[in-house]
Structures are given as C-alpha cells and as structure tokens.
Design a protein around this ligand. Structure first.
Ligand code: COA
Length: 298
C-alpha cells in the first residue's frame, strides 16, 4: 500500500495546505496526543468514544476544518500504521479502496463534519477500525457484557443466548464489531456482507485473543424476513453459520434508520403495524471460522 505519491495522498496534503496557519498549528500540535487518547478510548462499547476523546483535547472553538486536517494527517500515516499491525491480507487488500473513498469525501467536504462521519474517520485513520468489505468497517475491540443477555432472558425472549454466551467463555474479550459505512454503500448486499464476515473470520484466525464478531442493528429484526425480504440474509446467514441474537429493543434511532430508505417499511412504521427493534448479533470465533472455512471449500 504505497500511497506516498498517490492522488489520495495529494488530496490529504491539500486538505492540510488549505488550513489557516493557526488551524495548521493546532493540527500539528494535536495529532499525536489526540491519536493516543483516541486509542485509549477505543475499547469502550460506544463507537464514538475515540472521536469524543479527540474533541475533548481540542479547544471549544476548534473548527471542523481542524478535524478534517487531523483526519488528513492521520490518513497520511495510515499505510505505515496498518503495515505495523500485521493485519490479514483480506484487510490489507481493502485499504486502497477505502483510502480512495475517504480522499474523495475529504476533497469535497466543507462546513459541518457530521458527527457519525467524524467518528468513523477518527477510528479508520487511526486503524482502530479496519475495512471488512466495501461498505463494512470492523472495530478491533468491543466488549459484550452480560447485562444485555440477562435483559433478553428477563424480558421473555428465551434462554438460548444465555447458554450460548456461557459456552463462548462469558467474560472472554474483546470482540470485533461490524458497522455499516453509509457514505459508500456499494457493498451493502449479500456478497458484500459475506465478504465482511469472512474478513472478520480471518481477523479472528490471526488474533487468538478475539472472542468473535458482533453487530448491532435494526436490520437483524426477524419480521424483516417478511416485510423486507431483500434484507433477510443479514440475519439468516449469520444464524445459519452459528451466530445467536440478543434482543435490544426499539428506540427512536432504530425507527428513524429503518424508515430512511424504504417507503414500504416507513408506511408500516407510520401505521403502527411494525416497530423496528435492534438486535445484537453475536458470532463466536469457533463458529465464524468454521463458516469461513466452509465458504472457502465451497
Ligand atoms: C441500511 C440501508 C443502507 C439498506 O438499504 P437497502 O439495501 O437499499 O435496503 P432497504 O430495505 O432499506 O431498501 C430501500 C428501498 O429501495 C428499494 N431498492 C433497494 N435496492 C433496490 C434495487 N436494487 N432495485 C430496486 N429497488 C431497490 C427497495 O425496494 C426499498 O424500498 P421498499 O422497501 O419500499 O420496496 C438503508 O436502509 C439505510 O441507508 N438506512 C439508514 C442507515 C442505516 O440504518 N444504517 C445501518 C445502521 S445499523
């Protein structure tokens, strides 16, 4: 991944070059300590913690140009950072595409830096999350506490996750966690998701300490098999590969996301016929690696 003279590197240099001298000084002074604080915050369950840790180091009046400058500075260091992490070939092969996407995004970006984008870009450029496929990014360290499993059982959703959780070693951590990158959705389809699960399996293989892979979303909700069949693979493929699901429940953010792109789902939500619920998908490493081996063999 040599990007020292690439068009992407030129974009990142240009983002830095158009900063005012004051903002450039802020970026230069903050990049290293902010990277350290972000890395310390990364194992938290809250995906946004690294970005919040960087924000806490920035002056209250720091502009989003400074944030874009930090992301550009970290992006220039990313090839060396990723190379030092001895990541699986499947991850390394995705970096050129992801860096190109990020460069195209930053090239045109101005005004507000949407917090979800800022959160994702901090994690990505500091390699706290790595590419899993074209539209999926994987956090390298995420916790799964017993609280959600207990709540699932207490709320009457069944005992299966409790037994499965205990069988995976209960407090064994960390887990990988997958997220969708809504800015580049080309790989949001069954093949793209299978690629993401397979990349996670290779990460688990390379890192024996990992407990497996998790994901949390409204799109694992069982009624979608009927009302949005094109999304059914998101739940059924992991389940058929040995994952289990933990009920998280409804919330305004899940309603909003489920209603964003589908007119038919929005109509069901608006009429009260459907309530979007989030589920935690847990795919233990043994079953995930076995699934990936079967996929390779097939
Ligand atoms: C997650 C998301 C990217 C999935 O999008 P998607 O793969 O297009 O699937 P959706 O079920 O949402 O489909 C959107 C609509 O476009 C239509 N559509 C999608 N792909 C299509 C295709 N190839 N041809 C024709 N129509 C298509 C679908 O029919 C659907 O409309 P309908 O349900 O009324 O029929 C999208 O719902 C989204 O952006 N949501 C908000 C962000 C989000 O939730 N992110 C995940 C956070 S956990």
């Amino acid at each position: 991944m040599d990007m020292h003279l690439s068009p992407d590197a030129a974009v990142f240099h240009a983002v830095l070059a158009r900063l005012s001298p004051d903002d450039r000084a802020r970026v230069d002074a903050t990049a290293a300590p902010a990277a350290k604080k972000a890395a310390e915050a990364a194992p938290h369950w809250d995906f946004e913690m690294p970005a919040k840790a960087v924000d806490a180091l920035l002056d209250a009046d720091a502009s989003d140009d400074v944030r874009r400058g930090l992301v550009a500075a970290w992006a220039l260091q990313l090839p060396d950072r990723a190379a030092a992490m001895r990541l699986p070939a499947e991850v390394m092969a995705l970096y050129p595409y992801w860096i190109e996407q990020l460069a195209a995004f930053l090239d045109k970006a101005e005004g507000e830096y949407v917090f979800d984008h800022w959160s994702k870009d901090v994690r990505f450029t500091l390699a706290l999350s790595v590419p899993g496929a074209k539209s999926q990014v994987i956090d390298l360290s995420s916790p799964v506490g017993p609280g959600q499993i207990v709540k699932h059982v207490r709320d009457g959703w069944g005992l299966t996750p409790l037994f499965r959780y205990l069988a995976t070693g209960a407090k064994r951590e960390p887990w990988l966690e997958v997220h969708t990158e809504s800015r580049w959705l080309r790989g949001f389809n069954e093949d793209g998701w299978n690629e993401a699960w397979a990349t996670a399996a290779e990460l688990c293989r390379a890192r024996p300490e990992l407990a497996g892979m998790i994901g949390s979303s409204w799109f694992y909700d069982p009624p979608l098999t009927e009302i949005s069949p094109r999304l059914a693979h998101l739940r059924l493929n992991p389940l058929n590969g040995g994952a289990f699901m933990v009920h998280q429940g409804p919330a305004p953010i899940h309603t909003e996301r489920a209603a964003t792109a589908s007119a038919s789902r929005k109509a069901l939500i608006d009429s009260g016929e459907y309530t979007a619920r989030s589920w935690l998908m847990i795919w233990p490493r043994k079953e995930l690696i076995a699934w990936a081996d079967r996929r390779k063999a097939g």
